[in-house]
Design a protein around this ligand. Structure first.
Ligand SMILES: *Cc1c(COP(=O)(O)O)cnc(C)c1O
Length: 223
């Protein structure tokens, strides 16, 4: 069997250098993360607040921690001091709460707006219409301690590659049109987080700038 170390090296080899790899380490141990870290990776993604907090305290402090799970407003404070990017902002209420916590600690928190592009009901995120509506207001400009640097989305969990491709293409179109319409003067709005172990290659073809990959690097998770 290949070790995590061998897997990550092989995986890294196949990626274009301009795409940011977020190694999704949820449910994996500090030791496993450390072996990936030792190959040079610095971006790791977690989806649960307490797990992220635990790992943060045990691992080197030059890691960029990405929060990719559903975030509850009452838990923002535990990750706000150190989190590098929150990928999963899925409501106005959460955005406002993030701004409050960030203000308290005098940090500007970088966020992606999560867009619902999949056909499943269960995935979190704004609809494209809700996003247009939010950006049409002055709310974002009032949230001075939040910086929106792009969008995140998850495709439907399906074997139908054409469907996945269309969903990513749709997200990319939305990203480009919002960038032109609302973020033309903000050069930091430049990230499109899409692609996981099953579909990252399609996501890259469709213009992803950040892929979030767990299983293909660490192997299967045991819950
Ligand atoms: C778990 C998770 C991933 C990684 O999934 P893999 O299939 O293991 O690559 C990516 N994005 C989000 C939001 C996740 O929750």
């Amino acid at each position: 069997m290949m070790s995590v170390r061998e897997k990550i090296k092989e995986f890294r080899h196949t990626l274009p250098t301009e795409v940011e790899l977020i190694a999704v380490s949820k449910f994996h141990t500090v030791e496993e993360i450390k072996s990936v870290y030792d190959t040079g990776e610095r971006h790791f993604g977690e989806s649960r607040v307490q797990e992220l907090q635990n790992k943060y305290t045990q691992l080197p402090d030059d890691i960029y921690w990405h929060f990719i799970g559903h975030l509850q407003t009452n838990k923002i404070k535990y990750i706000a001091p150190f989190v590098s990017l929150i990928h999963s902002v899925d409501s106005v209420k959460l955005l406002e709460a993030i701004n409050r916590e960030a203000t308290k600690i005098n940090r500007k928190l970088r966020c992606l707006l999560q867009v619902h592009i999949a056909s499943e009901e269960t995935k979190y995120g704004f609809s494209p219409e809700e996003l247009q509506e939010l950006l049409g207001t002055t709310l974002l400009s009032q949230l001075e301690n939040v910086e929106i640097i792009g969008l995140m989305g998850m495709a439907t969990n399906t074997d139908n590659r054409q469907q996945i491709k269309e969903e990513f293409a749709q997200l990319r179109l939305l990203y480009v049109s919002l960038k032109n319409e609302y973020f033309a003067s903000q050069s930091s709005f430049c990230e499109l987080s899409m692609g996981m172990s099953q579909d990252y290659a399609i996501a890259i073809e469709e213009g992803s700038t950040m892929i979030r990959v767990g299983t293909a690097i660490f192997g299967k998770r045991t819950y």
